[in-house]
Every structure is written in C-alpha cells, then in structure tokens.
Write a protein that binds this ligand. Structure first.
Ligand code: SF4
Length: 261
C-alpha cells in the first residue's frame, strides 16, 4: 500500500487551509521581494525532500514565485539514495532555483577520523556535533543574505512543534514562515495525490519523517510520527538544531560546548 493510499485524507477545512497557505506564500514573496531585477531572492524554502517540503516546492512553482523564492537542500553526505534521486528530479523539474549546500569536507574528514563513522550512536553530544558539521554549518551558509525562510513545519508533527506559528518573528535575524503549520498528515498526502507531486519512495516504506540514512528508520503502526528519527535518543532531544530557537541554542551551548545544534 502506498503512502497516498494509506494517508491521503483531506480534513474538513482543507480548502481554507490551502487558501491560507497560498496567501501566506504570496505575502512572503511580497514582503521579501528581491531588491532588484536579477538580484538573488531574499527568501528561501528549506527543502528536506520530505513530503511537506515537496508540497511547498510544488506551490512555489505553481504560484510562479521563483523570482522571489528559491529552494535550498542540505545534502549532508548521508542521505538515502532515494532522497538523492528525488533531489536530482527536483533540480530538473523546478523553475525556482534549487541550491544544494554540503558540509565542509575537511570538517567531516576530521570528525570521522576522530570519532568514527557511527559517532552519532555513541552520545547525544556526538550526534549533535555531527548535525552541527553536516547540517547547521551549511544551513548558516544557505541563509546568508536572506531576510526570511520557509519551512514545512506542522503543529501535528511532534509535541515540540505543537505551537508552531504561521509566521515566526522571534528571531531578529530573519522571519520564518511555516505555511503548513495547520495541515494534517492527511492534508499533505491529499495535496500530493491531487496534484501528482513527486515524493520520496521511502514514504511508501513507512518512513513518515526522512533525514540522514544512519539516523532514520521506518516506523511501525501506532508509533509516533517522528519515532523513526534518532530513535535511540530520548524524545526531548529529537531536533537537529534547524528549528531550535536561538535562546534554546545558547542555553545548550552554555551547558555543553560540544553540543552546538
Ligand atoms: S542526522 Fe545523523 S548523520 Fe545526519 S547530520 Fe545529524 S547525526 Fe549526522
């Protein structure tokens, strides 16, 4: 059974949610419009290649917002082959520019030489250090010069995300738009089915949330949405840092100089 067969169930208010999402993307493009013709966009969609982000990439193209919004992917060097193949298809099909950010190879080499290839399983500190090198440092480069970014965060995804706002202005550096904050998992798959959105085939193998290969597994019936991410860790630690508030990050740094994500 495919992820579409299993999950595509629009909620009663789906049409209103889609309109809200559409209007928010258009507002984001208006509020952060490029400063001049041919200037690079000042707003980027952070695309993890998961179902939500493929919906948003589809909408950015469908709404013809490519002059104002580009798309970036963090290619950590640890993605599944299925994710890399989807990235190649996205780059080929998207009108909006798709930029790929990779970790600094010297930092990766030194970390692996020092801590081993499976350091992420040894401690939360080493897992976060790996995320810092492979995700957070490239993310900082991806967001350079951007006044806003767009994510596929949904409130339903986890307890930590239960209060995700549509527009998050808590970071003085840049606004974060979360246009799918109110969508259910069923809404996401309904949109994918209706619009024939390309998606990661790992979703058909019971991977609701997809990250790096060593840190993602399939989930069983009844398991939490993010149970397959860093499954060996406590629930509270399960964020890579991409969506952790700046003040939470500085608290973490104060307690542990290794854990910067
Ligand atoms: S998700 Fe896992 S492999 Fe990917 S950067 Fe974080 S620790 Fe490293």
């Amino acid at each position: 059974m495919s992820a579409i067969d299993l999950n595509a169930r629009a909620s009663a208010t789906f049409a209103a949610k889609l309109q809200e999402t559409t209007e928010l993307l258009q507002q984001a493009a208006r509020d952060h419009t490029a400063t001049a013709a041919f200037a690079p966009p000042r707003i980027s969609l952070a695309c993890s290649l998961g179902a939500e982000d493929m919906v948003l990439a589809h909408l950015v193209n469908q709404l013809q917002l490519q002059a104002h919004i580009d798309i970036f992917v963090l290619e950590t060097g640890q993605l599944h082959p299925e994710s890399l193949a989807l990235l190649a298809r996205l780059k080929a099909s998207s009108v909006a520019a798709v930029k790929v950010f990779t970790p600094e190879s010297e930092a990766v080499l030194q970390f692996v030489a020092r801590e081993g290839t499976n350091a992420m399983y040894k401690s939360i500190e080493l897992r976060k250090a790996c995320c810092q090198i492979r995700k957070m440092a490239p993310l900082a480069r991806a967001l350079q010069g951007k006044t806003a970014w767009i994510t596929g965060l949904r409130r339903e995804q986890s307890g930590a995300r239960a209060e995700v706002p549509l527009v998050d202005t808590s970071d003085a550096a840049r606004v974060k738009f979360n246009p799918l904050a109110n969508w259910t998992w069923g809404d996401v798959w309904h949109f994918i089915a209706e619009n024939k959105v390309d998606y990661n085939p790992l979703h058909d193998q019971f991977y609701p949330s997809i990250g790096c290969a060593p840190c993602t597994r399939a989930v069983s019936a009844g398991e939490d949405f993010r149970a397959g991410r860093w499954w060996w860790e406590d629930e509270a630690a399960k964020e890579c840092g991409l969506h952790v508030k700046a003040n939470a990050l500085s608290d973490t740094k104060q307690h542990n100089t290794k854990a910067t994500a």
